[in-house]
Design a binder for this molecule. Structure first.
Ligand code: UGA
Length: 442
Protein backbone atom coordinates (compact mmCIF):
# COMPACT_ATOMS: atom_id res chain seq x y z
CA UNK A 1 0.00 0.00 0.00
CA UNK A 2 1.01 3.63 -0.38
CA UNK A 3 0.96 5.31 3.00
CA UNK A 4 1.32 9.00 3.75
CA UNK A 5 2.37 9.68 7.33
CA UNK A 6 1.76 13.25 8.46
CA UNK A 7 4.00 14.17 11.39
CA UNK A 8 7.50 12.82 11.97
CA UNK A 9 7.58 13.03 15.73
CA UNK A 10 8.27 9.98 17.78
CA UNK A 11 5.04 8.19 16.85
CA UNK A 12 4.94 9.21 13.18
CA UNK A 13 8.54 8.34 12.39
CA UNK A 14 8.73 5.01 14.21
CA UNK A 15 5.32 3.93 12.90
CA UNK A 16 6.19 5.07 9.38
CA UNK A 17 9.40 3.04 9.48
CA UNK A 18 7.47 0.12 10.92
CA UNK A 19 5.03 0.06 8.00
CA UNK A 20 7.84 0.61 5.49
CA UNK A 21 9.55 -2.41 7.03
CA UNK A 22 6.40 -4.44 6.40
CA UNK A 23 6.78 -3.67 2.69
CA UNK A 24 4.54 -0.62 2.25
CA UNK A 25 5.75 2.51 0.48
CA UNK A 26 5.72 5.30 3.03
CA UNK A 27 5.99 9.05 2.50
CA UNK A 28 6.60 10.97 5.73
CA UNK A 29 5.54 14.61 5.76
CA UNK A 30 6.44 17.31 8.27
CA UNK A 31 6.35 21.12 8.24
CA UNK A 32 9.76 21.24 9.97
CA UNK A 33 12.03 21.64 6.95
CA UNK A 34 15.26 21.22 8.92
CA UNK A 35 14.07 17.92 10.33
CA UNK A 36 12.99 16.68 6.90
CA UNK A 37 16.32 17.75 5.35
CA UNK A 38 18.16 15.76 8.01
CA UNK A 39 15.91 12.73 7.65
CA UNK A 40 16.51 12.88 3.93
CA UNK A 41 20.22 12.56 4.69
CA UNK A 42 19.50 9.58 6.93
CA UNK A 43 19.94 11.50 10.19
CA UNK A 44 17.49 10.54 12.94
CA UNK A 45 16.01 13.48 14.88
CA UNK A 46 16.05 11.59 18.21
CA UNK A 47 17.64 8.56 19.79
CA UNK A 48 15.78 5.28 19.61
CA UNK A 49 17.51 1.88 19.60
CA UNK A 50 17.54 0.52 16.03
CA UNK A 51 16.28 3.75 14.45
CA UNK A 52 19.46 4.69 12.55
CA UNK A 53 19.83 1.24 11.00
CA UNK A 54 16.15 0.97 10.12
CA UNK A 55 16.19 4.41 8.52
CA UNK A 56 19.23 3.65 6.41
CA UNK A 57 18.01 0.26 5.23
CA UNK A 58 14.54 1.45 4.27
CA UNK A 59 15.82 4.62 2.60
CA UNK A 60 18.33 2.60 0.58
CA UNK A 61 15.51 0.28 -0.47
CA UNK A 62 13.37 3.28 -1.46
CA UNK A 63 10.60 2.18 0.92
CA UNK A 64 10.43 5.51 2.74
CA UNK A 65 10.78 9.14 1.63
CA UNK A 66 10.59 12.45 3.47
CA UNK A 67 9.08 15.73 2.34
CA UNK A 68 7.58 18.99 3.59
CA UNK A 69 5.19 19.08 0.66
CA UNK A 70 2.05 17.09 1.35
CA UNK A 71 0.62 17.84 -2.10
CA UNK A 72 3.57 16.09 -3.77
CA UNK A 73 2.77 12.72 -2.15
CA UNK A 74 -1.03 12.74 -1.98
CA UNK A 75 -1.80 11.28 -5.38
CA UNK A 76 -1.92 7.52 -5.14
CA UNK A 77 -2.04 7.46 -1.33
CA UNK A 78 -4.18 4.54 -0.15
CA UNK A 79 -3.90 5.48 3.49
CA UNK A 80 -3.24 8.86 5.11
CA UNK A 81 -2.09 8.64 8.70
CA UNK A 82 -2.25 11.61 11.06
CA UNK A 83 0.45 11.55 13.73
CA UNK A 84 0.88 15.19 14.67
CA UNK A 85 1.30 16.33 18.26
CA UNK A 86 -1.61 17.03 20.61
CA UNK A 87 0.16 19.07 23.31
CA UNK A 88 -1.56 19.86 26.61
CA UNK A 89 -3.27 23.23 26.94
CA UNK A 90 -2.98 25.24 30.16
CA UNK A 91 -6.05 23.45 31.61
CA UNK A 92 -4.76 19.96 30.71
CA UNK A 93 -6.98 19.50 27.62
CA UNK A 94 -5.32 18.10 24.50
CA UNK A 95 -4.77 20.92 22.01
CA UNK A 96 -6.18 19.78 18.69
CA UNK A 97 -5.03 22.75 16.64
CA UNK A 98 -2.47 20.71 14.65
CA UNK A 99 -4.85 17.81 14.07
CA UNK A 100 -7.52 20.17 12.79
CA UNK A 101 -5.20 22.04 10.48
CA UNK A 102 -3.91 18.75 9.02
CA UNK A 103 -7.51 17.61 8.49
CA UNK A 104 -8.27 20.80 6.56
CA UNK A 105 -5.16 20.47 4.45
CA UNK A 106 -5.94 16.85 3.65
CA UNK A 107 -9.47 17.96 2.69
CA UNK A 108 -8.07 20.60 0.35
CA UNK A 109 -5.73 18.15 -1.38
CA UNK A 110 -7.52 14.82 -1.42
CA UNK A 111 -8.88 14.04 -4.89
CA UNK A 112 -9.33 10.27 -4.69
CA UNK A 113 -10.73 7.70 -2.30
CA UNK A 114 -8.41 7.00 0.64
CA UNK A 115 -8.58 5.83 4.22
CA UNK A 116 -7.68 8.27 7.00
CA UNK A 117 -6.08 6.78 10.12
CA UNK A 118 -5.49 8.75 13.28
CA UNK A 119 -2.39 7.86 15.28
CA UNK A 120 -2.27 11.05 17.33
CA UNK A 121 -3.61 10.47 20.84
CA UNK A 122 -6.87 12.39 20.92
CA UNK A 123 -9.92 12.79 23.17
CA UNK A 124 -12.95 10.65 22.47
CA UNK A 125 -14.99 12.13 19.63
CA UNK A 126 -12.03 13.64 17.77
CA UNK A 127 -11.89 11.14 14.90
CA UNK A 128 -15.42 12.03 13.87
CA UNK A 129 -14.55 15.74 14.02
CA UNK A 130 -11.50 15.08 11.83
CA UNK A 131 -13.57 13.14 9.30
CA UNK A 132 -16.20 15.87 9.24
CA UNK A 133 -13.55 18.56 8.70
CA UNK A 134 -12.00 16.62 5.81
CA UNK A 135 -15.38 16.01 4.22
CA UNK A 136 -16.52 19.63 4.65
CA UNK A 137 -13.30 20.99 3.14
CA UNK A 138 -13.56 18.58 0.23
CA UNK A 139 -17.17 19.61 -0.34
CA UNK A 140 -16.24 23.30 -0.16
CA UNK A 141 -13.68 22.55 -2.87
CA UNK A 142 -16.25 20.98 -5.19
CA UNK A 143 -15.66 17.33 -4.24
CA UNK A 144 -18.82 16.60 -2.24
CA UNK A 145 -19.51 13.24 -3.88
CA UNK A 146 -16.01 11.96 -3.24
CA UNK A 147 -16.10 13.38 0.29
CA UNK A 148 -18.88 11.03 1.32
CA UNK A 149 -16.68 8.04 0.41
CA UNK A 150 -13.84 9.04 2.69
CA UNK A 151 -13.62 6.91 5.84
CA UNK A 152 -11.65 7.11 9.05
CA UNK A 153 -10.20 4.58 11.49
CA UNK A 154 -8.74 5.14 14.93
CA UNK A 155 -5.74 2.83 15.32
CA UNK A 156 -4.03 3.96 18.52
CA UNK A 157 -0.32 3.39 19.05
CA UNK A 158 1.07 1.54 22.02
CA UNK A 159 4.78 2.04 21.35
CA UNK A 160 7.11 2.60 24.28
CA UNK A 161 10.03 4.92 23.69
CA UNK A 162 13.19 2.85 23.77
CA UNK A 163 11.32 -0.25 22.56
CA UNK A 164 9.28 1.17 19.69
CA UNK A 165 10.32 -1.26 16.95
CA UNK A 166 9.82 -4.33 19.10
CA UNK A 167 6.43 -2.99 20.18
CA UNK A 168 5.49 -2.30 16.56
CA UNK A 169 6.33 -5.81 15.42
CA UNK A 170 5.02 -7.65 18.46
CA UNK A 171 2.17 -5.63 19.89
CA UNK A 172 0.00 -7.06 22.65
CA UNK A 173 -2.96 -6.02 20.49
CA UNK A 174 -3.90 -3.93 17.47
CA UNK A 175 -7.00 -1.93 18.25
CA UNK A 176 -9.01 -0.81 15.23
CA UNK A 177 -11.86 1.62 15.72
CA UNK A 178 -14.04 2.00 12.64
CA UNK A 179 -17.61 1.95 11.31
CA UNK A 180 -17.21 -0.27 8.31
CA UNK A 181 -16.09 -3.83 7.53
CA UNK A 182 -14.06 -2.74 4.51
CA UNK A 183 -12.15 -0.31 6.71
CA UNK A 184 -11.46 -3.03 9.31
CA UNK A 185 -10.20 -5.33 6.57
CA UNK A 186 -7.96 -2.64 5.04
CA UNK A 187 -6.34 -1.88 8.38
CA UNK A 188 -5.80 -5.58 9.07
CA UNK A 189 -4.26 -5.98 5.62
CA UNK A 190 -1.89 -3.10 6.35
CA UNK A 191 -0.66 -5.02 9.37
CA UNK A 192 -0.07 -8.26 7.45
CA UNK A 193 3.09 -9.80 8.87
CA UNK A 194 2.28 -8.83 12.44
CA UNK A 195 0.98 -11.55 14.69
CA UNK A 196 -1.28 -10.16 17.37
CA UNK A 197 -4.83 -9.92 18.59
CA UNK A 198 -6.70 -7.69 16.13
CA UNK A 199 -9.57 -6.06 17.91
CA UNK A 200 -12.43 -4.50 15.98
CA UNK A 201 -14.34 -1.88 17.90
CA UNK A 202 -16.15 1.43 17.61
CA UNK A 203 -14.13 4.56 16.92
CA UNK A 204 -15.01 5.93 20.35
CA UNK A 205 -13.92 2.76 22.15
CA UNK A 206 -10.58 2.80 20.31
CA UNK A 207 -10.02 6.42 21.32
CA UNK A 208 -10.79 5.60 24.93
CA UNK A 209 -8.77 2.36 24.97
CA UNK A 210 -5.65 4.36 24.16
CA UNK A 211 -5.92 6.90 26.96
CA UNK A 212 -7.35 4.38 29.42
CA UNK A 213 -4.31 2.13 28.90
CA UNK A 214 -1.92 4.93 29.72
CA UNK A 215 -4.08 6.12 32.62
CA UNK A 216 -4.22 2.62 34.09
CA UNK A 217 -0.45 2.10 33.80
CA UNK A 218 0.11 5.49 35.43
CA UNK A 219 -2.30 4.45 38.19
CA UNK A 220 -0.26 1.30 38.83
CA UNK A 221 2.88 3.41 39.19
CA UNK A 222 1.27 5.89 41.59
CA UNK A 223 -0.18 3.00 43.57
CA UNK A 224 3.17 1.29 44.07
CA UNK A 225 4.74 4.64 44.91
CA UNK A 226 2.22 5.15 47.70
CA UNK A 227 2.95 1.64 48.97
CA UNK A 228 6.68 2.50 48.86
CA UNK A 229 6.06 5.57 50.97
CA UNK A 230 4.18 3.54 53.56
CA UNK A 231 6.77 0.74 53.50
CA UNK A 232 9.72 3.03 54.08
CA UNK A 233 11.12 2.74 57.55
CA UNK A 234 8.92 -0.20 58.52
CA UNK A 235 11.35 -2.99 57.59
CA UNK A 236 9.33 -3.78 54.46
CA UNK A 237 10.85 -3.48 50.99
CA UNK A 238 8.73 -2.21 48.11
CA UNK A 239 10.56 -4.42 45.61
CA UNK A 240 9.44 -7.50 47.52
CA UNK A 241 5.94 -6.10 47.84
CA UNK A 242 5.80 -5.45 44.07
CA UNK A 243 6.95 -9.01 43.42
CA UNK A 244 4.57 -10.42 45.98
CA UNK A 245 1.53 -8.69 44.56
CA UNK A 246 2.70 -8.98 40.94
CA UNK A 247 2.75 -12.77 41.14
CA UNK A 248 -1.01 -12.59 41.43
CA UNK A 249 -2.00 -12.99 37.78
CA UNK A 250 -4.86 -10.58 38.25
CA UNK A 251 -2.35 -7.85 39.14
CA UNK A 252 0.68 -8.74 37.02
CA UNK A 253 4.32 -7.85 37.65
CA UNK A 254 4.82 -4.91 35.27
CA UNK A 255 4.70 -1.19 36.00
CA UNK A 256 5.19 -1.74 39.70
CA UNK A 257 8.64 -0.18 39.94
CA UNK A 258 8.59 2.45 42.67
CA UNK A 259 10.67 5.60 42.41
CA UNK A 260 10.41 9.28 41.57
CA UNK A 261 7.34 8.70 39.41
CA UNK A 262 6.39 8.76 35.77
CA UNK A 263 7.29 11.38 33.17
CA UNK A 264 7.62 11.56 29.42
CA UNK A 265 5.43 12.92 26.69
CA UNK A 266 2.58 10.46 27.21
CA UNK A 267 1.53 9.55 30.75
CA UNK A 268 1.42 13.04 32.29
CA UNK A 269 -0.32 14.47 29.22
CA UNK A 270 -2.78 11.63 28.69
CA UNK A 271 -3.77 11.35 32.34
CA UNK A 272 -4.40 15.11 32.51
CA UNK A 273 -6.29 15.08 29.22
CA UNK A 274 -8.58 12.25 30.35
CA UNK A 275 -9.20 13.94 33.68
CA UNK A 276 -9.90 17.23 31.94
CA UNK A 277 -12.16 15.59 29.34
CA UNK A 278 -14.17 14.00 32.15
CA UNK A 279 -14.37 17.33 33.96
CA UNK A 280 -15.65 19.19 30.90
CA UNK A 281 -18.38 16.56 30.65
CA UNK A 282 -19.38 17.01 34.29
CA UNK A 283 -17.60 13.98 35.70
CA UNK A 284 -15.03 14.26 38.48
CA UNK A 285 -12.48 11.49 37.76
CA UNK A 286 -11.30 11.26 41.36
CA UNK A 287 -8.81 8.45 40.83
CA UNK A 288 -6.87 10.38 38.19
CA UNK A 289 -6.67 13.47 40.40
CA UNK A 290 -4.92 11.28 42.95
CA UNK A 291 -2.65 9.64 40.34
CA UNK A 292 -1.36 13.05 39.28
CA UNK A 293 -1.07 14.34 42.83
CA UNK A 294 0.84 11.27 44.00
CA UNK A 295 3.16 11.51 41.01
CA UNK A 296 3.99 15.16 41.73
CA UNK A 297 4.42 14.45 45.43
CA UNK A 298 6.85 11.62 44.67
CA UNK A 299 9.42 14.08 43.32
CA UNK A 300 8.84 16.38 46.28
CA UNK A 301 9.32 13.57 48.82
CA UNK A 302 12.52 12.41 47.18
CA UNK A 303 13.89 15.94 47.23
CA UNK A 304 12.94 16.30 50.91
CA UNK A 305 14.77 13.05 51.65
CA UNK A 306 17.91 14.50 50.06
CA UNK A 307 17.55 17.68 52.10
CA UNK A 308 16.91 15.84 55.33
CA UNK A 309 20.13 13.85 54.94
CA UNK A 310 22.39 16.56 53.52
CA UNK A 311 20.97 19.60 55.31
CA UNK A 312 21.53 22.74 53.28
CA UNK A 313 22.38 22.22 49.62
CA UNK A 314 23.96 25.63 49.19
CA UNK A 315 27.47 25.25 47.78
CA UNK A 316 27.36 21.44 48.05
CA UNK A 317 28.84 19.40 45.21
CA UNK A 318 26.26 16.96 43.87
CA UNK A 319 26.72 14.35 41.15
CA UNK A 320 23.70 13.30 39.12
CA UNK A 321 23.26 10.20 36.98
CA UNK A 322 20.41 10.29 34.48
CA UNK A 323 18.36 13.05 32.87
CA UNK A 324 16.09 11.19 30.43
CA UNK A 325 12.56 10.41 31.60
CA UNK A 326 13.50 6.72 31.33
CA UNK A 327 16.41 4.70 29.93
CA UNK A 328 17.04 4.03 26.22
CA UNK A 329 15.83 7.42 25.12
CA UNK A 330 17.20 10.96 24.88
CA UNK A 331 13.75 12.34 25.66
CA UNK A 332 13.58 14.73 28.61
CA UNK A 333 9.97 15.83 28.22
CA UNK A 334 8.38 16.05 31.66
CA UNK A 335 11.32 14.11 33.03
CA UNK A 336 11.29 13.75 36.81
CA UNK A 337 15.10 13.85 36.58
CA UNK A 338 15.14 17.31 35.00
CA UNK A 339 12.65 18.56 37.59
CA UNK A 340 14.84 17.28 40.43
CA UNK A 341 18.04 18.75 38.97
CA UNK A 342 16.25 22.10 38.74
CA UNK A 343 15.19 21.88 42.39
CA UNK A 344 18.72 20.97 43.50
CA UNK A 345 20.17 23.89 41.53
CA UNK A 346 17.55 26.27 42.89
CA UNK A 347 18.81 25.41 46.38
CA UNK A 348 22.32 26.52 45.49
CA UNK A 349 24.11 23.20 44.87
CA UNK A 350 26.86 22.73 42.29
CA UNK A 351 25.70 19.99 39.96
CA UNK A 352 27.68 17.68 37.67
CA UNK A 353 25.55 15.41 35.50
CA UNK A 354 25.96 12.47 33.21
CA UNK A 355 23.41 10.80 30.95
CA UNK A 356 24.39 8.50 28.08
CA UNK A 357 21.98 10.10 25.58
CA UNK A 358 20.01 13.03 26.99
CA UNK A 359 22.67 15.65 27.77
CA UNK A 360 22.28 17.53 24.48
CA UNK A 361 18.57 17.95 25.07
CA UNK A 362 19.10 18.83 28.74
CA UNK A 363 21.49 21.66 27.78
CA UNK A 364 18.55 23.42 26.16
CA UNK A 365 16.49 23.55 29.36
CA UNK A 366 18.93 23.49 32.29
CA UNK A 367 20.86 26.59 33.41
CA UNK A 368 24.39 27.11 32.04
CA UNK A 369 26.03 26.47 35.42
CA UNK A 370 25.36 22.71 35.14
CA UNK A 371 28.53 20.71 34.41
CA UNK A 372 28.13 17.86 31.89
CA UNK A 373 30.64 15.04 32.15
CA UNK A 374 31.76 12.39 29.65
CA UNK A 375 31.30 9.43 32.00
CA UNK A 376 29.21 8.48 35.01
CA UNK A 377 32.34 8.30 37.18
CA UNK A 378 33.35 11.85 36.22
CA UNK A 379 30.01 13.22 37.42
CA UNK A 380 30.63 11.75 40.87
CA UNK A 381 34.27 12.74 41.38
CA UNK A 382 34.55 15.06 44.37
CA UNK A 383 30.81 14.88 45.03
CA UNK A 384 29.29 15.06 48.49
CA UNK A 385 26.38 12.94 47.25
CA UNK A 386 25.37 11.09 44.11
CA UNK A 387 21.77 11.17 42.95
CA UNK A 388 20.51 8.55 40.47
CA UNK A 389 17.46 9.70 38.53
CA UNK A 390 17.24 7.41 35.47
CA UNK A 391 17.90 3.68 35.57
CA UNK A 392 20.37 3.34 32.68
CA UNK A 393 21.78 -0.20 32.84
CA UNK A 394 25.37 1.06 32.44
CA UNK A 395 25.20 2.69 35.89
CA UNK A 396 25.24 -0.76 37.42
CA UNK A 397 28.55 -1.53 35.71
CA UNK A 398 30.48 1.28 37.40
CA UNK A 399 33.21 0.18 39.80
CA UNK A 400 31.61 1.23 43.07
CA UNK A 401 34.76 0.55 45.08
CA UNK A 402 36.59 3.08 42.98
CA UNK A 403 33.59 5.44 43.00
CA UNK A 404 33.67 5.28 46.80
CA UNK A 405 37.25 6.54 46.83
CA UNK A 406 36.48 9.36 44.39
CA UNK A 407 33.57 10.84 46.33
CA UNK A 408 34.00 13.25 49.22
CA UNK A 409 31.04 11.64 51.00
CA UNK A 410 29.87 8.13 50.04
CA UNK A 411 26.18 8.95 49.88
CA UNK A 412 23.87 7.69 47.13
CA UNK A 413 20.22 8.66 46.66
CA UNK A 414 18.66 6.30 44.14
CA UNK A 415 15.38 7.60 42.75
CA UNK A 416 14.85 4.42 40.71
CA UNK A 417 16.08 1.72 43.13
CA UNK A 418 18.31 0.63 40.29
CA UNK A 419 21.38 0.02 42.47
CA UNK A 420 19.44 -1.38 45.41
CA UNK A 421 20.56 -4.98 45.01
CA UNK A 422 24.27 -4.14 44.74
CA UNK A 423 24.79 -4.18 48.53
CA UNK A 424 26.47 -0.79 48.40
CA UNK A 425 26.26 -0.33 52.16
CA UNK A 426 28.61 -3.30 52.51
CA UNK A 427 31.36 -1.29 50.77
CA UNK A 428 30.79 1.83 52.81
CA UNK A 429 28.07 3.75 51.01
CA UNK A 430 25.09 5.30 52.71
CA UNK A 431 22.43 4.26 50.24
CA UNK A 432 18.91 5.73 50.12
CA UNK A 433 16.36 4.22 47.75
CA UNK A 434 12.58 4.63 47.59
CA UNK A 435 10.55 2.35 49.87
CA UNK A 436 13.51 0.13 50.66
CA UNK A 437 14.40 -1.29 54.06
CA UNK A 438 17.79 -0.68 55.68
CA UNK A 439 18.48 1.85 52.98
CA UNK A 440 20.91 3.92 55.02
CA UNK A 441 23.07 1.41 56.81
CA UNK A 442 26.50 2.95 57.14
C1 UGA B 1 3.93 4.90 27.28
C2 UGA B 1 3.20 3.55 27.18
O1 UGA B 1 3.91 2.57 27.92
C3 UGA B 1 3.08 3.11 25.71
O2 UGA B 1 2.33 1.92 25.63
C4 UGA B 1 2.35 4.22 24.94
O3 UGA B 1 2.24 3.91 23.57
C5 UGA B 1 3.15 5.51 25.08
O4 UGA B 1 3.25 5.86 26.47
C6 UGA B 1 2.40 6.58 24.34
O5 UGA B 1 1.26 6.91 24.72
O6 UGA B 1 2.87 7.04 23.28
P1 UGA B 1 6.48 5.68 27.28
O7 UGA B 1 5.96 7.02 27.72
O8 UGA B 1 7.45 5.62 26.17
O9 UGA B 1 5.26 4.72 26.85
O10 UGA B 1 7.22 5.03 28.54
P2 UGA B 1 6.89 3.95 29.67
O11 UGA B 1 7.83 2.84 29.54
O12 UGA B 1 5.45 3.61 29.70
O13 UGA B 1 7.27 4.77 30.99
C7 UGA B 1 6.58 5.97 31.34
C8 UGA B 1 7.10 6.52 32.65
O14 UGA B 1 6.73 5.67 33.73
C9 UGA B 1 8.63 6.64 32.73
O15 UGA B 1 8.97 7.88 33.33
C10 UGA B 1 9.05 5.48 33.61
O16 UGA B 1 10.25 5.76 34.32
C11 UGA B 1 7.86 5.40 34.55
N1 UGA B 1 7.69 4.06 35.15
C12 UGA B 1 7.40 3.00 34.37
C13 UGA B 1 7.80 3.91 36.54
O17 UGA B 1 8.06 4.89 37.28
N2 UGA B 1 7.60 2.67 37.08
C14 UGA B 1 7.30 1.59 36.32
O18 UGA B 1 7.12 0.49 36.90
C15 UGA B 1 7.20 1.75 34.94
Amino acid sequence: MNIVMIGTGYVGLTTGLGFAGLGHRVACVDTDSLKIAKLDLGQAPFYEPGLDAQLKTLQDQGQIVFTTDLSSVMSGADVIMIAVQTPPKENGDADLVYVRSVAEEVGRLLDHEALIITKSTVPVGTNRVVLELIRQTMSANGRAELASLIQIASVPEFLREGAAFADFLEPDRVVIGADDDVVFATVEQMHAGIKSVFMRTSIESAELIKVSSNAFLATKISFINEIANIAEGTGADVRDIARGIGLDKRIGPLFLRAGIGFGGSCFPKDVSALKSYAGVHGYDFKLLNAVIEVNNRQRELFFKKIQSVLGTLKGRKIGVWGLAFKPDTDDIRDSAAIDLVQRILAHGAEVSVYDPKAMQNAMRVLPDEVIYTPTAMDAAIGAEALIVLTEWPEFRDVSFASLRSQMVEPIIFDGRNTLADLELSAIGFRYYGVGICDSHKS
